[in-house]
Design a protein around this ligand. Structure first.
Ligand code: ARG
Length: 455
């Protein structure tokens, strides 16, 4: 297959150079988008009388056929082509003759590939949004069943205060919903058509970039032709969002790994989502969660890769940009990982959580608050309860084992109601401040989040 640029050359490129410079394999994912862009471009050429309408129509009709054949697997990119742009133009010319050579009027592969990538990133953002939404929905469904399930909440991975399991799950949902907002914003910035920028300087033809953008369903066109072909910040944004989503998913995955261990015992992984060991018959491994955690590491590496490609690249286009496809595609692998992670949500063991919540003196703060509400400075109340705890620890007793007399020996300000306030249910219910873990607040949060998810 001949190249698009043979005229200036007398010799043919060395086959090794050819293989090295080819982007054909990387182009497969943008092929359909590339043809879509060519159709919009050819229509514009006809509309603006840059080429005769009949010729534009012939080009469009054949490109539409080609797009259908590509989708049906009847036509595929020939392996010997330099890139998708060459392959499509070559095929077009072989089908409709030399008039096919008019398609590339007022266009460069530089604005062409920028368009293909923008359309692809829009597709990937849509896909990512779908899986983030499904994972969040799954967490909300599970939260609905666990509003009253008491979980020891942790800070520094030390048992801290009782929380509702639903409240904990909804914390992950909040992060995912912010990711969805980021996706929506990134979509807006990606939906800008670069067609009409040509190689870098714009075009001497009466092109209509606005019309092309509208036909492609994009929000606007480029404002600066050099920027249009040289920046890939839309790729960086996608990879960043994918990395952040994966980091959010990874924190949940890490909890599943911890919680499914014998030491925690908070989760019993359903057989369908766990794996076994080839040597240790007793084992059940949280593979899915571990792989999600691992994939987050990959996505962070992908982000560094796409940023590094850009950092020293003088304007405008440079072939380095072609290399970004590898980390871009890799970062997109977060979507299937999240899809599987959604299957693993569940198997929670409320009794084990409750035992852990009751055993760890998690309501010590409530005891201090009891005194503080009765006028004792919180700092002093904190010290009083600290001494009570220190006194209990060596005996293996816990707060709920304390008698009113023991409390009063610690501080005369304790009233009988303190014994009730250190029950985990009371502790939960007491935290009814906005956004707190009290079941009434959590019910409201579930309703609010459900509404945001359908939007
Ligand atoms: N294969 C290139 C890429 O993926 C597109 C062609 C860019 N133009 C050029 N003159 N090499 O970025």
């Amino acid at each position: 297959m001949s190249d698009l640029w043979g005229g200036r050359f007398e010799g043919r490129p060395d086959p090794r150079v050819r293989r090295f410079t080819s982007s054909l394999e990387l182009d497969r994912r943008i092929a359909a988008h590339d043809i879509r862009g060519s159709i919009a471009h050819a229509r514009m050429l006809g509309r603006q009388a840059i080429i005769p309408t009949a010729e534009a129509d012939a080009i469009v009709a054949e490109l539409e056929r080609l797009a259908a054949e590509l989708a049906a697997g009847v036509w595929s990119l020939p392996v010997e082509a330099e890139d998708v742009h060459t392959a499509v133009e070559h095929e077009l010319r072989s089908r409709i003759g030399e008039v096919g050579g008019k398609l590339h009027t007022a266009r460069s592969r530089n604005d062409q590939v920028a368009l293909g990538l923008r359309l692809l990133v829009l597709e990937l953002l849509g896909e990512l949004d779908g899986v983030v939404r499904r994972l969040a929905t799954r967490l909300v469904e599970e939260a609905k069943d666990h509003v009253d399930t008491v979980l020891p909440g942790y800070t520094h991975l030390q048992r801290a205060q009782p929380v509702s399991l639903a409240h904990h799950l909804l914390a992950h949902v909040e992060a995912l919903l912010r990711d969805r907002e980021r996706i929506a914003e990134a979509r807006r910035r990606a939906a800008v058509s670069p067609l009409g920028a040509a190689a870098l300087a714009g075009s001497p033809y009466p092109v209509d970039p606005d019309g092309v953008a509208a036909e492609l369903g994009l929000l606007s066109r480029f404002r600066n032709s050099i920027d249009a072909v040289s920046d890939r910040d839309f790729i960086v944004e996608f990879v960043f969002i994918a990395a952040l989503v994966s980091v959010h998913a990874s924190r949940f995955a890490e909890e599943l790994v911890l919680w499914s261990s014998a030491e925690f015992g908070f989760v019993d992984l359903p057989d369908a989502v766990a794996t076994g060991s080839s040597i240790m018959p007793q084992k059940k491994n949280p593979d899915v969660a571990e792989l999600v955690r691992g994939r987050a590491g990959r996505a962070i590496g992908d982000l560094v890769a796409v940023l590094t490609t850009l950092k020293g690249l003088p304007l405008a286009y440079g072939s380095d940009l072609q290399e970004q496809r590898v980390p871009l595609y890799d970062a997109a692998q977060i979507a299937p990982a999240l899809e599987v992670l959604a299957l693993v949500v569940g198997g929670f063991r409320p009794e084990a959580m409750r035992r852990a919540a009751e055993g760890g003196m998690l309501t010590a703060t409530d005891l201090a608050d009891h005194l503080a509400k009765r006028g004792v400075p919180f700092r002093e109340a904190h010290a009083v309860v600290g001494r009570l705890v220190a006194h209990l620890v060596p005996t293996g007793r816990t707060l709920s084992d304390l008698t009113l007399e023991e409390l009063r020996r610690g501080h005369p300000g304790f009233e009988a109601s303190a014994l009730d306030e250190i029950r985990v249910e009371r502790s939960l219910a007491a935290r009814a401040s906005p956004g707190g873990t009290a079941p009434v607040r959590v019910q409201e949060a579930i309703a609010a989040v459900t509404e945001r998810l359908v939007r």
